[in-house]
Design a binder for this molecule. Structure first.
Ligand code: AHR
Length: 512
């Protein structure tokens, strides 16, 4: 009798352990979408120290530069294979007069950067600087153009200036300014946040304006080469997407935008580094809302566009906190910790898993602003935890999505819970399987078991980004405090892969 009850207890214990382990099925589906590399896009606004004293130090600077742009930043961005760069805003875009930023430097008028600190913009970084930088980076330019305070004519002229080969007044002007060949800019944002800084418009009003701009911008005979992105909703404003999808003819639109920032409270955003677990949990809760927003905006789009002709572009996303003490509140300069790595890893997994409709995204922002991948101080530059996540995830660029199915264990905090684990997977052209996993749980390790049957995975290599404290970050004195290291805490046998994910870590596993 005793032996039977011992067996029974052992059986129950084993069952309990198995029940606790999360099983993740990864399958191959020929119909699954390709994860557009443009999901890994970036954003550089004329804001604070993003362009000036960030990317651009000027060609007389002692800091090594190429035509005024820091060489260390160029190198860092090439290493993460930056696919596109959005510019010049943001809110700044709807105040920007592009013609003030071309021609001889000494003749360029100045303006007040009304949205960001009221500082003087001297227009020394303009269209040529930006488009040449994109060429140097091997990134597609994404110009977000002025609708709020601009004119249709200015917009048409800008498109012709950048794209018209010759014979037009704008092509002539470009050549006079030293650039013979057009840059052929494909991606154009038609305004930015038109419900707010772009002009406080209703979507019904903007929709008409959108159609007007979209009609005339391609009048140089090159409209087939343009990818027009309508300024989209923020968060859960599904009505915005609904009206655009319903009222704009498909011949005039290639994508609808969406913005969502992980902000715990717009009045009290909390510190970028000295936060506690309560703030961390709230930030993660806000960040994970991206999944619901993306899903529901896609549902609206499906209603009007089941053929998926119009894409969803999340052209601003990231964590937004209080500025660092002693810095200009209008400059949005914040440090970047393991919390930001969690936001980046989980958000990019969301985009990958919705890549049937999400074709582009832009983290806000690249250098020295909000959830930056690069921070600079004088001649020093550091790579943030967010940068390292982008580096680890390059394996997903243009790879075919492998759909995943699982029920996440919970990350509990004071009676509330969030899904602890997020996963996405893809198969690249060489046939390698790549899996990215994030455990946002601030306290607990989670074990997961993958069913990879049918994927022919024999050998796996792993990388991890982790640290001892969620608040950990890189500093100018300790730039390598957080870096990618080798990950070995997994076991592969017969298509089964068991992985132990440490608390608040990002892991990428790749078959070789
Ligand atoms: O990224 C900072 C600002 O956030 C952008 O200028 C604006 O579009 C958004 O509100």
């Amino acid at each position: 009798m005793k032996i039977i009850s011992l067996f029974f207890s052992l059986f129950m214990c084993h069952a309990l352990v198995l029940a606790q382990e999360t099983i993740i099925t990864v399958s191959q589906d020929q119909e699954a979408p390709v994860i557009s590399k443009h999901i890994y896009g970036h954003f550089a606004e004329h804001l604070g120290r993003s362009i000036y004293d960030g990317f651009y130090v000027g060609d007389t600077s002692a800091i090594p530069n190429k035509d005024g742009v820091r060489k260390d930043i160029i190198k860092a961005l090439k290493e993460i294979q930056i696919p596109n760069l959005r510019w010049p805003g943001g809110c700044f875009a709807d105040t920007y007069q592009w013609k003030d930023g071309i021609g001889p430097q000494e003749d360029r008028p100045t303006m007040v950067n009304a949205w960001w600190g009221g500082v003087t913009e001297d227009n020394s970084f303009g269209t040529h600087n930006f488009l040449n930088l994109c060429e140097e980076l091997g990134a597609e330019p994404f110009i977000s153009a002025n609708v709020g305070s601009g004119t249709v004519q200015d917009f048409m002229d800008w498109v012709q200036y950048t794209n018209h080969p010759e014979g037009s007044p704008m092509a002539k002007l470009r050549k006079e300014n030293g650039r013979e060949e057009p840059w052929n800019v494909k991606y154009w944002g038609i305004g930015n946040e038109m419900w707010g800084c772009g002009g406080n418009m209703t979507v019904e009003y903007y929709t008409n304006i959108y159609k007007q701009y979209a009609t005339f911008m391609g009048s140089g005979g090159n409209e087939d080469e343009l990818y027009r992105i309508a300024a989209g909703a923020t968060g859960d404003d599904y009505h915005w997407t609904e009206v655009l999808m319903r009222d704009v003819p498909k011949s005039l639109i290639e994508a609808v935008g969406l913005h969502h920032y992980a902000v715990i409270d717009w009045e009290e955003k909390g510190p970028a580094t000295g936060y506690d677990e309560e703030i961390y949990f709230k930030s993660m809760k806000e960040a994970l809302k991206m999944d619901e927003f993306v899903r529901k905006h896609i549902e609206v789009m499906e209603k009007y566009d089941p053929e998926k002709e119009v894409d969803l572009v999340v052209d601003e996303w990231g964590g937004w906190y209080d500025v660092e003490e002693g810095t200009n509140p209008g400059f949005l300069y914040q440090q970047n910790t393991m919390r930001d790595a969690m936001i980046a890893g989980a958000t990019l997994n969301i985009f990958n898993n919705h890549s049937e409709r999400v074709k582009m995204a832009n983290i806000a922002q690249t250098v020295n602003v909000l959830q930056a991948v690069v921070l600079t101080e004088g001649e020093k530059m550091i790579l943030t935890p967010t940068y390292h996540v982008f580096k680890m995830y390059t394996v997903h660029h243009d790879a075919q999505l492998l759909p995943v199915k699982f029920d996440s264990p919970e990350y509990m905090f004071e009676g509330e819970s969030l899904p602890a684990i997020s996963v996405s997977a893809s198969k690249d052209e060489a046939g390698n399987t790549n899996i990215s996993l994030v455990n946002i749980d601030a306290k607990k390790e989670h074990k997961v078991q993958f069913d990879l049957a049918g994927l022919d995975v024999k050998n796996i290599e792993g990388q991890i980004l982790r640290s001892d404290k969620i608040q950990d970050h890189n500093t100018f004195d300790d730039p390598d405090n957080i870096n990618i290291t080798e990950f070995k805490d997994f076991e592969l046998s017969d298509g089964n892969l068991e992985v132990s994910l440490p608390p608040f870590s990002v892991v990428v596993l790749s078959s070789k």
